[in-house]
Design a protein around this ligand. Structure first.
Ligand code: 13P
Length: 286
């Protein structure tokens, strides 16, 4: 099973109430490691790229890595552009072949967000791609996008109206979740997920996955969070495993880059496999 549209992965997960890990990668090593985890676990996977990563690596190089590393892959995988307020980058990624985009106009008035999201959905459809929508900013800065100040909340009616009128394929509500490291266990408004799902039948994207408990994941997934975003855990795993290895290398006076790459890759793979198992998507490849 090669690269598939986002909806193909999400619709089944939503129907069967398991979660698909949507993991932000930062380079070739992390991309390869999360794909390896999905193959090893026989799980579907959504690979996410932030705008920062697209800019840092370069869109063509990044997409080339994706195409090469997913050629002949045996599990369903999809490439998603995370939080993107910039319509130009959205268009470039859709043209290049990303399977879906999160158009993040949550800092703008809902009416303006709605008008532009309708345009993004039309543009994505023409490219055979899907769209995640958002009207409330998720607290926390993720790769230079967002704010640490909790944003405004909209009513359920406003959110339902946005989902219906834009035709987004997946919706990302603010439910007390945040990007980055939680200082205390978050208090989550799980009922909002149930209310949104009951009113729209559209799957929900759970942001700010790093630091949530297994009980929180299980509950939210059972309510319809079919896409579960993880970014900070990968960054921390990547940085810490590099640091641990380099400290040992320095102490032992051994400087062998391939051993470092193997060590970091194994740590990232293990982290991704852990989330895949927790979300119930292991063995769900078709
Ligand atoms: P974390 O950084 O908290 O894992 O959140 C990831 C996310 O929601 C990406 O959009």
């Amino acid at each position: 099973m090669p690269v598939v549209p986002l909806k193909e992965i999400l619709d089944r997960a939503f129907r069967e109430r398991y979660g698909v890990a949507a993991i932000n990668v930062v380079n070739d090593l992390t991309l390869e490691a999360v794909l390896a985890a999905a193959v090893e676990q026989r799980a579907p996977l959504i690979v996410q790229t932030s705008v920062k990563t697209v800019r840092a690596i370069g869109l063509d190089v990044l997409f080339g890595l994706w195409r090469t590393m997913t050629a002949g892959i045996e599990v369903p995988v999809s490439l998603h552009l995370d939080h993107c307020p910039d319509r130009r980058v959205i268009s470039e990624c859709l043209r290049a072949g990303w399977n879906s985009v999160l158009f993040d106009a949550s800092s703008r008035p809902v009416a303006e967000n709605l008008r532009e999201t309708i345009e993004v959905v039309a543009e994505a459809r023409a490219a055979g791609a899907h769209v995640e929508g958002e009207i409330e900013a998720i607290t926390g800065v993720e790769d230079d996008v967002g704010s640490d100040e909790p944003g405004r909340r909209e009513s359920l009616e406003v959110a339902v109206d946005f989902i219906r009128r834009t035709g987004v394929d997946v919706f990302a509500p603010a439910i007390g979740n945040a990007h980055g490291v939680y200082v205390a266990e978050p208090t989550l408004d799980a009922q909002r997920v149930s209310d949104l799902v009951a009113a729209t039948g559209v799957p929900v994207a759970l942001h700010g996955g790093t630091g949530m408990t297994t009980e929180q994941f299980t509950d939210l997934i059972s309510r319809g969070c079919a896409k579960v975003n993880i970014s900070t855990a990968l960054k921390v795993t990547f940085m810490r495993s590099n640091l641990d290895f380099l400290r040992a290398a320095e102490a032992g006076g051994r400087w062998d880059p391939p051993s470092l790459f193997r060590h970091v890759s194994a740590a990232v793979r293990e982290m991704a496999a852990g989330y895949i198992t927790t979300f119930g998507s292991a063995g769900k490849a078709w």
